[in-house]
Design a protein around this ligand. Sequence first.
Ligand SMILES: *[C@@H]1O[C@H](CO)[C@@H](O)[C@H](O)[C@H]1NC(C)=O
Ligand SMILES: *[C@@H]1O[C@H](CO)[C@@H](O)[C@H](O)[C@H]1NC(C)=O
Length: 636
Amino acid sequence: MKALLYICILLLLRPAFANMAPLKTQIDILVQENPIVTNLAQAIDGYAKDLATRRNQAKDGYSLFGKERELGFIWQNKLTCSTCRYVTDWFDDIIVFKPFRYTFEKGISLLCTAFVDYRVCSGAVEAMAEVILPQLASGIFGPEYGCSRMLGFCSDPNFKTLDPQDYIDRVLSDKPEIISDNDYINKKYEMISQDPKERKTVSILHITDVHLDFDYTEGMNAKCNEPLCCREINGPPKHPENAAGKYGDYNCDLPPIVAEMMIEYVKELPDQPDFIFWTGDNIAHDIWNQSSHKNAEYTIQMTNWLQKHYADIPVFTTPGNHEFYPVNVMTFDEVDPLFEMLGGVWRNWLDDQAYESFINYGFYSMPLKGIAEDWNGFRVMVLNTGVCNNMNWYLLTQLNDPLQHLEWIEDTLRQAEENNEKVYIISHVFPGGADCLYEWSVRYRAIVERYQHVILHHFVGHDHVEFFNIITDTKNQDDIGMMQAPGGVTTFTDDNPAFKIYEIDYETGLPVRGHKHFFNITEANLGNPRWQYDFEQTEEYAMADLSPRSFRDLTERFLTEEGTATKYFKNKYTRSDTLGKGDCETEKCKKEMACKTGNFIHFEERDCLGEKRIDYIHDFTDSLFETMFDPWVIAQ
Ligand SMILES: *[C@@H]1O[C@H](CO)[C@@H](O)[C@H](O)[C@H]1NC(C)=O
Ligand SMILES: *[C@@H]1O[C@H](CO)[C@@H](O)[C@H](O)[C@H]1NC(C)=O
């Protein structure tokens, strides 16, 4: 029974500990090793299958539980409907009742202490409960959704299921002839490689996931029993080998000195970047002890550095999931206060239209102007993937297309197509990934397929590691585009700090070479602190170019060529002296690398690996979140 309670608690806290593998692993171990919980997970798993069927039935107006099929008279009966509404309304009153809230929070914090320090638990619980409880009470357990859609007691409003396939068909209905073979980007790369002349280039610096820690203190315990170590509060270690080094530790966030050194280093490079893409998550992982003010300070510090040292270089940036307070949760009830705050900090980098858009929605698009005067016809779209982040509790009350972001993306790309512009897309949490909900991602991909001749490249972050991902068409057959993450600047966890500079073909705007730079923290802590050149991608992996086709060839070589998957695996962690020392020569690991890089949509990656899409036994948390936020509906 205790195990069951733990699971509930950990689930509630999952968003708070996002990106903290240990917590997710704890849940998965609990689910797999405790017989009671395994049985429960199996039951839920069976139920989820049932739910998929019901979901289809619900399209024609039946509730999700479908009990009305057996108990006809209860369905949409005035009396049962008003009773249901009365009871669900009452939830609202309970949760604002202080003693209830207090007991709830204290109870959960105490149980959470089985895994992490009480101080950490209570901070996280307090921050999260504030959001979760009201969202549950007015969302799936609320009088409208709960009584109509879940239980079927009320007929008003009537929730109609929106089928993603209808959306996809609509988006692709006017797909132009020039992209009918889904090979537009590959052909452009072919044209580039057949050109005998030396081609002119510009360059883009991409930095992400800096995760500075202002409280990082050399000599403190780096192996503490908390999600983040190396701080005064952790005290000195018992064993001297566990002391935090001056230049960072694989268990901790980044000492600011390493970020400052990065900025100095880039300034000294022979080829200066023409643009900077900076994709968020600037703050430390002490999510149990934050405030909006404290969170903003990290972004302000980074902004000051960039504006001071690269005053003439245009910067395009987005907050990550960690900039929000509390972490991950972005409200839709009002404009999230983060946007106005950061909009002010970033005002110099935004034109008027981009600024207005950002402070209201957290996304914007802006022409790439400023440096090379005659380099026209290029645009950056900055997404706000808080709308698909599966750890954003506010999505519980969203019925479909939150912030109408997809609609905006489609409109912006249509305009770009009309104006003959080409577009770079940047975001923090990446579309298609495990943390971006399926219902959103699969619709997003249809838009990418429809505008594959307009979109040049996706630059993303979030996972801290370096990776690439091939974007395929809706049928998952053709390779239509590319998405890449350069590797985070932070050391958290188990990776060396890194960033990338892409050479961009002047005429087409396509990335033609990717230069990785890094900082070896082991070497630095031994007395030789320096940023250094690592490799160029096409050379490192013997690729013809950076086209989707060449990346596809690379994913196939992961399986067939000795050492290639291992090389990719080590580079993911920027060859850290912990995980980055491992290899990837087993069939299982090679397949994992190939499936992960070769599939854009997380569920299709699971298909490729032979895993079930929803699997409560092996992947409890992700499965639950996908089920909770699925499907999209419309109230009629
Ligand atoms: C929160 O951080 C402050 C310093 O920034 C520290 O004094 C305090 O003890 C921390 N509280 C918790 C609960 O960790
Ligand atoms: C980092 O430095 C350590 C110590 O000098 C060395 O053993 C290791 O190979 C270096 N790693 C990389 C990727 O250069």
